[in-house]
Design a protein around this ligand. Sequence first.
Ligand SMILES: C[S@@+](CC[C@H](N)C(=O)[O-])C[C@H]1O[C@@H](n2cnc3c(N)ncnc32)[C@H](O)[C@@H]1O
Length: 228
Amino acid sequence: MTASVQQPVLPALEQWSNVDNDGFFNAWRWNRYKAYLERTGLESGCDIDAIWPQIKDAKSILDIGSGFGRVIEHLRARGYKGHITAIEKCSHMVDFLKKRWSHDAKVQIIHGDILKVIPMQKFDVGLWMWSGIADFNPIEQTKLIQQFGRSCGALVVDVACHITHPIGTILSNNTYQHRMADTILCGYLPTRLDMEFYCRKSKFVELMNKQYFTAGKIDRVMHQLRVV
Ligand SMILES: C[S@@+](CC[C@H](N)C(=O)[O-])C[C@H]1O[C@@H](n2cnc3c(N)ncnc32)[C@H](O)[C@@H]1O
């Protein structure tokens, strides 16, 4: 008898939300994470290099959707000495982060869903890297940018310029649904116009957006927002 893999039911293209991605991230173990990282070319921390002059003197940084802590690794490797608060929804990644950073009193790990848990502290900078914003639908993205406008003095939002998911991904404009084994990843890649809209709805203004290339020669854009 052959074991069959239960295919997930895809939500209607315009009706997904962040919670539909829970299965994908819960199954996202270190090997799969590394494979994705290599494909994007972000392993070297070229995104952190691209923003380093603007963040190196921040006293506190909020790492939004920290995953296995790639951003924390690159910040500390470049000599960042300030406080880092990482928030992550997935319990196995949180366990990993707590063990990895237990020696560093200036790294705080929060297990929580950013749609529900709002850290009480204020942060100089929020870092929302590796298209983390795309894991939320446009309504959730609007709400979260408003929320970060209340807790972060500045926000960096890093997104891919193009959808780079494999063949078989369902696409409609900037929305995608990608199957991975028995899980799905739904996403919405915000455009520059979307970012302008989110800023108008929040306390942020966009200072600049900077295009850069990863080691894999994939073009990405970094939006730098600041509270006015
Ligand atoms: C693309 S990964 C980015 C990882 C990391 N920021 C980096 O740049 O390497 C997105 C991360 O956001 C987390 N995430 C997704 N939805 C979340 C939510 N609602 N609250 C907190 N974390 C969430 C996922 O579990 C995943 O680890």
